[in-house]
Design a protein around this ligand. Structure first.
Ligand SMILES: *Cc1c(COP(=O)(O)O)cnc(C)c1O
Length: 375
């Protein structure tokens, strides 16, 4: 089992009210027949899958999406009985387990059904396996690639209703978070060609993630697969403005573990890459790259008492050092993500400094950091 740092002041603080706000605002924009499934893969983008699922349900989410089967089983074990779709391809040998747990499978190839059908016949679960057909309209990841292949697999499902329930059909857009709609429009055209060969639609037809639903809402069919925006993350970074305020749900806070004065000419951390040019106060924070606070953040800043304090020297596995404007007592609050005074550090700020996207920073925080839930 992974050790959680319960006896250390460093923690992620998750604001459930922010998650509810981000979901309620979106639910209000949806037409009557369109549901919101909260995407809680990767431990709810690092926020805690079960707690996020609870907040999402309270805010109007009627189902969940996850990436892998274990994440679906975690929700079932926690007592959620809403529909759960696994967005990735699960090994066919787990088809009976998925059927028993009423977890819906994404199907991307007909031979998957053959193999899954073999396992289902062996173990005879009480209900058929619910399947959503993935359609590749240009994401190039998983899914059927042509309307002909789609027609064929639907015929297969029609012939195998004891084993499978044809529950859904979906695609995924790769550029819905960009200002240019050229590629998006190509994907829409391919989607329309797929739909043209399906006279009888399954219960769930869905094409929108956060970005698509925020900026191309007219493409919503009957589910939104809502991830990033639910956590208050702008899926476009800063490129596009969301239609309502997205409230960040994650803060990362700690306290000074140590504070000392450094004389001019003294160095800090591995490699002695930082040397002070004058006497200065240096604080140590109990957080490092083993917590998912990336080593690349050297030179970035944290907030103490509403002031930005530079991270000096290399970030260690479990500790990092900052330059303080004056002496502060051990136990002084340190904000690594969130607000302090009138200053704020966002996941987007961390992502830009690291040359990545806000999603990666959020789900990079490791299990050693305790998650504390407020509101
Ligand atoms: C992760 C994922 C989503 C959610 O995307 P967001 O950008 O976080 O809203 C939706 N659909 C699929 C297929 C995904 O893999």
């Amino acid at each position: 089992m992974m050790i959680i740092g319960e006896h250390r002041p460093t923690k992620l603080v998750i604001d459930r009210a922010a998650i509810r706000h981000n979901i309620q605002e979106e639910v209000q924009r949806l037409p009557e027949n369109c549901e919101l499934f909260m995407v809680v893969k990767a431990n709810g983008y690092g926020h805690g899958a079960v707690q996020v699922a609870e907040a999402a349900k309270a805010a109007g989410a009627t189902g969940f999406c996850v990436a892998i089967l274990d994440e679906a089983l975690e929700l079932r074990a926690a007592g959620f009985d809403e529909p759960i779709l696994v967005l990735g391809v699960v090994e066919p040998k787990y088809a009976p387990l998925m059927a028993r747990e009423k977890v819906s499978a994404t199907v991307a190839a007909e031979d998957w059904l053959d193999e899954a059908g073999h396992y289902l016949a062996l173990s005879q679960p009480r209900e058929p396996l619910r399947v959503h057909l993935g359609l590749d309209t240009g994401m190039g990841r998983i899914g059927f690639q042509t309307p002909t292949a789609l027609k064929q697999v639907i015929a297969y499902l029609d012939d195998h209703t004891a084993a499978f329930t044809f529950e859904g059909m979906f695609t995924h857009f790769s550029t819905a978070d960009e200002a240019s709609t050229d590629y998006f429009d190509k994907q829409v055209a391919r989607w329309d060609a797929f739909m043209a060969v399906v006279p009888n639609k399954p219960r769930y037809v869905h094409v929108t993630n956060s970005a698509t639903s925020l900026w191309h809402a007219d493409h919503n069919v009957n589910i939104v697969r809502y991830g990033a925006a639910g956590y208050g993350l702008n899926p476009s970074g800063k490129a596009l403005q969301p239609p309502f305020e997205l409230k960040p749900a994650m803060r990362l806070v700690s306290e000074l573990a140590h504070c000392k004065q450094l004389n001019a000419g003294e160095s800090v951390s591995y490699g002695a890459t930082y040397t002070s040019t004058q006497d200065e106060w240096v604080g140590t924070v109990s957080l490092g790259y083993a917590d998912g606070y990336e080593r690349r953040l050297q030179g970035f800043h944290v907030l103490v008492d509403g002031q930005a304090c530079e991270i000096i020297g290399r970030i260690c596995m479990d500790q990092l050092m900052i330059r303080l404007p004056r002496q502060y007592p051990r136990g002084t609050k340190v904000v690594l993500l969130g607000r302090s005074g009138n200053q704020e550090i966002t996941l987007q700020d961390l992502a830009e400094y690291c040359g990545t996207i806000n999603y990666e920073i959020a789900c990079g925080f490791t299990a050693r950091l305790p998650r504390r839930y407020v509101h």
